[in-house]
Design a binder for this molecule. Sequence first.
Ligand code: ZN
Ligand code: ZN
Length: 181
Amino acid sequence: MRAVVFERYGEPAEVREVPDPRPADHGVVVRVEATGLCRSDWHGWMGHDPDISLPHVPGHELAGVVEETGARVTRWSRGDRVTVPFVCGCGSCPSCAAGDHQVCERQTQPGFTHWGSFAQYVALDHADVNLVAIPGDLSYATAAGLGCRFATAFRAVVQQGRVAAGSGWPCTGAAGWACPR
Ligand SMILES: [Zn+2]
Ligand SMILES: [Zn+2]
């Protein structure tokens, strides 16, 4: 596949051919249809994130289509339109059991702990826990922004700022997106 790769922190990245990702038995590979860019990508590129090892493919705000599923994945099939909160929980630790997938001690993050979505394909772990279906009338570009910037801001406003508690904001209940109320 083609992907954006950097070999050294803070130096120009380039588009090149790299091996296609393979799904873990609990994971999927998604064909990327849209991917966002945020300051966390800059931190990663500058070498501020110890989870990154070089060479690296960034990208954590993504939406796309399931291309391949691992043997243990039961909820998703090839062709499903999906996005993810960029922090992917393991689904089985105490934090995940409490609904706090975003602080899972075994979390994975595309674009940080492994290669991300500045590529044709991206591998996502624990797919049954982390993937979120995209409604048919929601564009890939819009969906790609939900996991990082919307969910992060939502929790900041509702839980930390306590601004919207009780306002009836919709809660999906999916991994990492859980309603704080
Ligand atoms: Zn982001
Ligand atoms: Zn966990």
